[in-house]
Write a protein that binds this ligand. Structure first.
Ligand SMILES: NC(=O)c1ccc[n+]([C@@H]2O[C@H](COP(=O)([O-])OP(=O)(O)OC[C@H]3O[C@@H](n4cnc5c(N)ncnc54)[C@H](O)[C@@H]3O)[C@@H](O)[C@H]2O)c1
Ligand SMILES: O=C[C@H](O)CS(=O)(=O)O
Length: 482
């Protein structure tokens, strides 16, 4: 892979400011064609403990720096990420598969968290509380939680790291990052740029591994790690929460989703189709906030599915580096098999295939963008996250019924609906049991708003003014004898 700055292609882990090799390695391949991109260290418990110990040492000094000094270093990291956007985008498309245009977008989105928290860290205000008794002062201050462990997914290999590392460092914490096996190169490039920005040795560490369970267990078991911040599937999130209980760690969980996309009879249909194309097919549907279930009012159902099918069949499926690519490969064959299972189940239970429904002629892990009409609640796609380019379209006839269907899930991450009646907009937005609700928009993710879910979609919020809280403790100091 030819980069403008070849030093951004790192094939060693980053611990205590050193680039370290492993006795065994993990092969990183391109999902578009299976080509070998790099071999990175397959590290285990011993190296993870070393990273934790380095983070603990470094954090003692890092927290003593002023918020302004930390802010300046984060700002420089942001500037370097922007400066190297093209190389980072190519690394991302190569190891994750998304189209270059989406990779460029994610680099900017990921950088936005560093920019945001470079500023937020300077506003970690406390309180002086009016005294409750004479001669006393009540002080409330915010302090860094300490050493943070971050375990991140493959689908957004830059943004899911900066969405944790930026607030953690801004708050005065240090961090040990375990990126997904499929996408370690972006994480290592971020570490390289953090080092160039002046992040001190040990403050940010990246442990690459083919043994996530072993490294995860070491992170969870260490009493030096005071915070576990995880983004990934709900099942692994639950496991990590259980593993953290013995050391009573703070946890942040950004987990799975099952997003409804509701189109009411008073919606702008063309705007709704446009919004669904963005919400459903971003990253080939491999996004936690992707629409998973489309609900369309009976009165506009045929018009809507006809317009949607017309748009979907025009999507360009190609390798992410191909000009104009709009749908890249899925991350691996297991992902394709899950999509095939969902489609077969839906067709068997009465679904009507309007577009797609099979592996793409490009072969490998490319799959045809798919629309299934006449979906029903007996189908797998009603209950499970498909995590692929499949849009099952359900019918509904009244508001109460569609709210009940939308909320009939253990997930509660993102929800979308299109309507123009103001009363309905407020009623439905309040009735949907989701942490994030988009009205007449298909993309809701931004660094300025709190990202997170209800129910089994997670705990805590990332981004926004709330994101810093996840990496802070609140201290109450009582001054007496005054
Ligand atoms: N809520 C969000 O912000 C968000 C963002 C991205 C992905 N996700 C969810 O993640 C899922 C897809 O991503 P994925 O396949 O990478 O999820 P995953 O849970 O399989 O993996 C996520 C991370 O956990 C690690 N991991 C796996 N098993 C582990 C174990 N036993 N101990 C410790 N770590 C372990 C993986 O190596 C990876 O780094 C989907 O459900 C998606 O909705 C949620
Ligand atoms: O896949 C989950 C990510 O959080 C999606 S987003 O980039 O934050 O929208």
């Amino acid at each position: 892979m030819q980069l403008n700055d070849q030093n951004l292609l790192r094939s060693q882990a980053y611990i205590d400011g050193d680039w370290v090799a492993g006795q065994t390695t993990l092969a990183v391949t391109n999902p578009a064609d299976g080509a070998l991109l790099a071999n990175v260290p397959d590290l285990g418990t011993a190296e993870t403990v070393l990273a934790i110990q380095a983070a603990e040492r470094a954090q003692k000094l890092w927290k003593q720096q002023t918020a302004k000094a930390r802010s300046a270093i984060l700002r420089r990291w942001y500037e370097l990420i922007i400066e190297h956007q093209e190389d980072l985008a190519l690394l991302m498309t190569s190891e994750q598969g998304k189209p270059l245009a989406e990779s460029r977008g994610e680099v900017l989105y990921g950088a936005s968290f560093v920019e945001w928290f470079a500023e937020e860290g300077k506003r970690a205000y406390g309180d002086v509380v009016p005294e409750h008794l004479p001669g006393r002062k009540v002080l409330v201050t915010r302090e860094p939680v300490g050493v943070v462990a971050a375990i991140t997914p493959w689908n957004f290999p830059i943004a899911m790291i900066t969405r944790k590392a930026a607030p953690a460092l801004a708050a005065g914490c240090s961090i040990v990052i375990k990126p997904a096996e499929a996408t370690p190169l972006c994480a290592l490039a971020l570490a390289e740029l953090a080092e160039r920005a002046g992040v001190p040795a040990g403050v940010l560490n990246v442990v690459t591994t083919a043994r996530p369970a072993e490294v995860g267990q070491a992170l969870c078991a260490s009493p030096l790690v005071r915070k576990m911040s995880f983004t990934g599937s709900t099942g692994i999130g639950k496991l990590l929460m259980k593993q953290c209980v013995d050391t009573v760690k703070k946890v942040s969980m950004e987990l799975g989703g099952n997003a409804p996309f509701i189109v009411f009879e008073d919606a702008d249909v063309d705007r709704a189709v446009e919004g669904l194309m963005a919400s459903k097919f971003r990253n080939s549907g491999q996004t936690c906030v992707c629409t998973n279930r489309v609900f369309v009012h009976d009165s506009i159902y045929e018009v809507f599915v006809g317009k949607l099918a017309g748009q979907v069949e025009q999507l360009k499926v190609a390798s992410g580096v191909t000009d104009g690519s709009q749908q890249g490969p899925l991350i691996n064959d297991a992902a394709v098999k899950k999509v095939e299972q969902h489609v077969a189940d839906a067709v068997e239970k009465g679904g009507r295939l309007l577009v797609g429904g099979q592996r793409h002629s490009l072969g490998g892990t490319f799959y045809e963008p798919t629309v299934i009409a006449e979906a029903n609640t007996d189908m797998m796609c009603f209950r499970e996250e498909v995590f692929g380019p499949v849009a099952p379209v359900f019918r509904f006839s009244n508001e109460d019924d569609v709210i009940a269907m939308a909320n009939d899930t253990e997930y509660g991450l993102a929800a979308y609906f299109y309507a123009r009646d103001l009363g309905r907009v407020f009623r439905v937005a309040e009735a949907l049991e989701y942490g994030m609700v988009a009205v007449n928009e298909g993309i809701l993710s931004t660094e300025v708003a709190p990202f997170g879910g209800y129910k089994e979609s997670g705990i805590g919020r990332e981004g926004s003014k709330y994101g810093l809280d996840e990496y802070q403790e609140i201290k109450y100091t009582l001054l007496g004898g005054l």
